[in-house]
Structures are given as structure tokens and as C-alpha cells.
Design a protein around this ligand. Structure first.
Ligand code: SF4
Length: 403
């Protein structure tokens, strides 16, 4: 059982984030925000896939004006997902110039690494925070390894060089990331921002650094944390790296919202990021989105693909029926189904699942015992195994999850 860190509840529109609330999935559009139509369509696509928060970049006047329209059109089209403005360099100017924008967005993200130097840095930070305070909006202080505050880093590197026992540059870099987030949070709180309107994030592309920085942020601050590995990479590499990074931190109780950032490619829909987030949360037992199917990889003990086909067919059947089941059978998302290939692990895994079937391997009798709640309830045989099992699955779901 994962023991989550106690963090304040931050309200972003109607979504609540923090301890006691589900870990929230977020994503970000990659359309030019000035293209209202394309951005609205992508927000809808991401929201429909399960992204509870969607972030859009607001980089110039055209994007700022478009963002107002985007929020309005989304509302008109029945999409209530909070929209977050992602600001770099000029957020303090745009939010002050477009008051309607400040009102329309549900949260603002500020990157303390790119809002100017010295006195200007603080002035811009204060201008930004002032708008958030005026409109009672939460902010995310989002530090990024690639755009870390260079003044702070230089200062910390210089101090480290004078240290008789200096730390490695990598360690100082990580400490600068942490320091940037913590100092900014303290600055925001000194300006009057309550802790339940601040979210911290520190994203890096190096997995070990990401772990250290977030573990330290969690240890040194009580604030709510957004997790993400930045520049994770393409497809498999990005998926694995993100899953390992987020999985480790979430398993330690760290993280209240998550995002997986994959490098886009023509064959990977933007919604893949959300699918991965759901899978990470479900694998850890933190949230359930769809029944889990335990299926074995198969080996030389099987001489047919019956179990593979059955696993695919059950998956397809679940996808087809899931929306309806969710309405009729609350909690069905937590169902565990096993579809196993032979007698070696089949009965054990099937017994551990809510409902499971152990198909016959090469040298076994052509029969498939079915288990429910740990007990064998029947043995299926013949060409109708799939349909018979789906019938049993329907019965099980209707009995177990009927309200
Ligand atoms: S359950 Fe049987 S078929 Fe599946 S991987 Fe194990 S030994 Fe092979």
C-alpha cells in the first residue's frame, strides 16, 4: 500500500489536487495556440482520452488572445476541463495586458529560470504573482533543468568552488534546481500566495537527477508536487524512462499530478501520453481506469495462439463495453482478469484474479478451468470457450458490481 505524502489541496477549476485526492493526469497541446480551431480540437481529444488538466502554451499576443477564445469555445462545447497557461519569458506582461486571459485560465505556470535577471527577475515574478492573487488562481512554479536560473546556478557553483570539500557539478546543479523551486515558493508565499494555491515541479531529463531532486523537494517542502520527466524521448524509450521515473516517485508517495512527455512522431498520437499515465497509476494500484488483464507471454509449452487471441478478444470486449459498465457497475475498473496459457502458472494466476481462465498447453487435456474469487467454478471445453468465458465474465460483473 502506497503511503502518500500529506500535501495541501489545490483547487484548479473543479479539479482538486493533493493528499486525499486522486493523482491527476495532465497533458499539453502541441498545436500553435494562435490556431484556435486546431488547439480546441486537440484539447478535446486529450480531455476525452482522460487528461483531467490540459496546458497550452501562451507565448505571445496572438496566443494570449487565442487562449481567451479557446477557453470560451471549450466551455460552449461542454468541456469543463481546466485549462492551464504555460508561460515563459513574458507571462508577467501577457497576464497584465490581457485581463480576460488571466480570468479564463484555471492556473498559471511560471518558470523562474526565464523571467529575467537580478532585480528584474523579482519584479517580473511579483507582477506575475500579483495577477494570480488578484484572480485567486493557483500557480505552478515549474523549474526545468534546461532553463534553470543561470544566476542562481553560477552563484551556487562559485560558492561550491570555494568550498574546501566541493560537491560534484551534478550535485550542485540538482541543488540549484531545488533551490530555485523553494526560493520561488517562499517568494510567492511572502507575496501572500497561500500554500494551497502553489504547486511545485522540477523536471529534468536525467532519471537519477529527477529522482533526487523530487525526493528532496518532497522532504524539504510540504507543497503539492507535479511530476514529469522532461524530454523523455521517443516511443519505447520515452515510455520506459517516464514509467520508471514516475513509478519510483509515486511508489514513495511523492507526486499529486503527473505528465508523461513523449517526443511527438507521426505514428504516436498525442493521447499516448495519457494512456501511459493511466497505466502507471493503475500498475501501482493508485487509480483504476479499466479492468486489468493478466496474461502470460506464452512459451514452448503452448502450441497454439488460443490464449493470445482470447486475451486480445477479452481486451476488445472490455473496451467495447467499458463505458456502459462504468455507468451500470461502479467500481468495475478495478476488476482483475487472468488469461493464462498453461497449467504451470495458469491456475495460480487465475486463482489470484477475480475471474481467470487457464487454457490448455501443448501436452494437456484440451480443457480450460475457470476460477472466480479463488475457486474453480467450471471447466470449459470445445470451440465455444471464448463465448462461454465472456458469458461467465458478464455474469460475474453483473453480480459483483451491481448497485
Ligand atoms: S503459463 Fe504456461 S504457457 Fe504461459 S508462459 Fe508460463 S509456462 Fe508458458
Amino acid at each position: 500500500m502506497i503511503k502518500r505524502r500529506t500535501t495541501p489541496t489545490v483547487s484548479i477549476g473543479h479539479i482538486k489536487i493533493g493528499y486525499g485526492h486522486p493523482i491527476v493526469i495532465q497533458s499539453m497541446t502541441n498545436t500553435p495556440t494562435a490556431d484556435v480551431k486546431a488547439t480546441v480540437e486537440q484539447v478535446l481529444e486529450l480531455a476525452n482520452a482522460g487528461s483531467e488538466l490540459v496546458r497550452i502554451t501562451i507565448n505571445d499576443d496572438a496566443a494570449a488572445q487565442a487562449a481567451i477564445e479557446i477557453c470560451k469555445e471549450l466551455k460552449d462545447r461542454g468541456c469543463s476541463n481546466p485549462i492551464i497557461g504555460d508561460f515563459h519569458f513574458n507571462g508577467h506582461i501577457l497576464l497584465n495586458r490581457y485581463r480576460e486571459l488571466a480570468k479564463s485560465l484555471a492556473k498559471y505556470r511560471i518558470n523562474p529560470g526565464n523571467i529575467g535577471h537580478g532585480q528584474k527577475h523579482d519584479e517580473h515574478f511579483e507582477m506575475f504573482l500579483k495577477v494570480a492573487l488578484e484572480h485567486e488562481k493557483p500557480v505552478r512554479i515549474g523549474v526545468n533543468g534546461g532553463s534553470l536560473d543561470q544566476d542562481l546556478l553560477k552563484d551556487m557553483m562559485d560558492r561550491n568552488a570555494r568550498n574546501p570539500r566541493p560537491n560534484t557539478p551534478e550535485k550542485v546543479f540538482c541543488e540549484a534546481v531545488i533551490e530555485s523551486a523553494l526560493r520561488s515558493a517562499e517568494h510567492a508565499q511572502n507575496l501572500g500566495m497561500p500554500e494551497d494555491r502553489i504547486i511545485l515541479s522540477a523536471k529534468l531529463s536525467d532519471l537519477q537527477q529527477l529522482l533526487y531532486v523530487n525526493q528532496e523537494l518532497a522532504r524539504r517542502s510540504g507543497l503539492t508536487i507535479h511530476l514529469g520527466l522532461t524530454e523523455a524521448g521517443l516511443r519505447t524509450e520515452g515510455t520506459v524512462k517516464s514509467s520508471v521515473a514516475l513509478g519510483i516517485l509515486l511508489n514513495q508517495g511523492i507526486g499529486d499530478t503527473i505528465r508523461v512527455s513523449l517526443t511527438p512522431d507521426p505514428e504516436t498520437p498525442r493521447t499516448r501520453e495519457i494512456e501511459i499515465c493511466k497505466n502507471i497509476l493503475q500498475s501501482l494500484g493508485l487509480r483504476y481506469f479499466s479492468p486489468t488483464i493478466t496474461s502470460c507471454p506464452g512459451c514452448g509449452r503452448t502450441d497454439n495462439t488460443l490464449y493470445q487471441q482470447l486475451a486480445l478478444d477479452i481486451n476488445h470486449y472490455i473496451l467495447q463495453n467499458l463505458e456502459e459498465w462504468k455507468k451500470k457497475y461502479p467500481g468495475v475498473e478495478s476488476l482483475k482478469i487472468a488469461v493464462m496459457g498453461c497449467v504451470v502458472n495458469g491456475p495460480g494466476e487465475s486463482r489470484d484474479a477475480d475471474i481467470g481462465i487457464s487454457l490448455p498447453g501443448k501436452s494437456e487435456e484440451p480443457q480450460a478451468p475457470v476460477f472466480m474469487d479463488g475457486k474453480q467454478i467450471c471447466v470449459l471445453k470445445g470451440p465455444a470457450i471464448k463465448n462461454d468465458f465472456l458469458r461467465l465474465l458478464d455474469d460475474y460483473i453483473s453480480k459483483r458490481f451491481q448497485t
